[in-house]
Write a protein that binds this ligand. Structure first.
Ligand code: C2E
Ligand code: MG
Ligand code: MG
Length: 349
């Protein structure tokens, strides 16, 4: 683990910054470092580049592999700073996430999607989770934004893409009816100059046909630099895969912008679907999105369908496909088998 360049800048000692070595011998004989009592945090960076907050717990954790000795006041640490708590928290979170990637604590779960006409499950969305050794399963909303800010999303995103394609290729090889695999691509990944080459490499390494891959982008991501995004999406689509616009109906939902993008699918956001049976405006917007998508030859996926009434509604307005807890939650690949085998036709009926 090491600090990214950005983070290094953030912890560069300033003239005002002060080192936090406290030389006073501690009760019990051995000298140690006293954790801060204020809102500020102390950050330690060891010689391998590992970052940790200096807390009483960190001290205790340190003692275990160090024969019970407290954090020493010698050259073990490359650097120590007193920093605002918020900065410490962020650096530690970044370091932890980097560690999670290295220690292979990330896992991809898969949530089924079904065709609304046939009721059959015909695809899954790959959704990343962090299986933390002490905190349990951590959902992506808590670490994807950090990964995005720090650039770690590039490594993480490549890993998810590869894992998802590998899994899909394996399912297909095992004789299962082929499914479409949807993978989320973040704004930073979309800006990456070599994205098409990466995707092409993953498809070739895993042996997955590009027609079984769909990349999900958000409107916000494509609006950061529309011209560049349009080019990137065209290049990706030329590989033979599909492009889906995720979370549609939440942001600007600019029709002018959407018409310029090479898209195959619009996913109506869960926040809209959750209101369709209770709010006339939600229902009207969802209906308008389907009409618009129809005129542009786009497929529509209703996301976050939780109730039978919502299912009936999205079927009624002629969405093409749906995804949601009613059909199935995101699950690890080995637990999804029964969901995939079980015909979804009853549920969609
Ligand atoms: P998303 O791409 O819009 O994914 C759909 C989210 O809605 C998932 O949350 C899914 O579990 C949740 N969901 C689906 N159906 C229902 C439902 O019926 N009810 C409720 N309450 N929730 C439902 P999850 O897995 O927590 O992911 C949250 C977001 O994190 C994703 O939203 C996506 O933006 C991001 N994300 C997840 N995995 C990745 C990844 O590998 N890369 C990137 N860049 N982003 C990811
Ligand atoms: Mg998505
Ligand atoms: Mg979504």
């Amino acid at each position: 683990m090491s600090l990214s360049d950005d983070s290094r800048k953030a912890v560069e000692p300033t003239p005002q910054g002060r080192f936090v070595f406290l030389n006073a011998p501690q009760p019990g004989g051995s000298s140690s470092v006293v954790p801060p009592a204020t809102n500020d945090g102390m950050l330690i960076v060891d010689r391998s580049g590992k970052v940790a907050p200096l807390t009483r717990q960190a001290d205790v954790v340190w003692r275990v592999p160090h024969g019970g000795r407290s954090i020493p006041l010698n050259q073990r640490f490359a650097q120590m700073w007193q920093l605002p708590r918020r900065v410490v928290n962020r650096l530690v979170a970044e370091s932890n996430l980097r560690g999670a990637l290295k220690k292979q604590e990330l896992e991809v779960f898969f949530q089924p999607q079904a065709n609304l006409l046939s009721g059959e499950i015909d695809g899954v969305e790959a959704l990343v989770r962090w299986r933390h050794p002490s905190r349990g399963l951590i959902l992506p909303d808590t670490f994807i934004p950090l990964a995005e800010q720090t650039g770690l999303i590039l490594t993480l995103g490549d890993w998810v893409l590869r894992a998802a394609c590998e899994q899909n290729a394996e399912w297909i090889r095992s004789g299962m009816r082929p499914l479409r695999m949807a993978v989320n691509i973040s704004a930073r990944q979309l800006d990456q100059p070599g994205l098409t080459d990466i995707v092409e490499g993953v498809l070739s390494d895993t042996g997955l046909g590009s027609n079984w891959l769909e990349l999900e982008v958000t409107e916000t991501a494509t609006m950061r630099d529309p011209v560049k995004s349009i080019k990137a999406l065209h290049d990706l689509r030329d590989l033979g895969l599909r492009i889906s616009m995720d979370d549609f109906g939440t942001g600007y939902s600019s029709l002018a912008h959407v018409k310029d993008l090479p898209l195959d699918t619009l996913k109506i956001d869960r926040s809209l679907i959750s209101g369709v049976t209770k709010s006339r405006s939600h229902a009207a917007i969802a209906t308008a999105i389907v009409a618009m998508a129809d005129g542009m030859d786009l497929e529509v996926v209703a996301e976050g369908v939780e109730t039978r009434a919502q299912l009936a509604f999205v079927k009624g307005i002629r969405c093409d496909r749906y995804q949601g807890f009613l059909l199935g939650r995101p699950e690890p690949a080995n637990q999804l088998g029964s969901v995939l085998e079980h015909s979804a036709s009853e549920r969609a009926a």
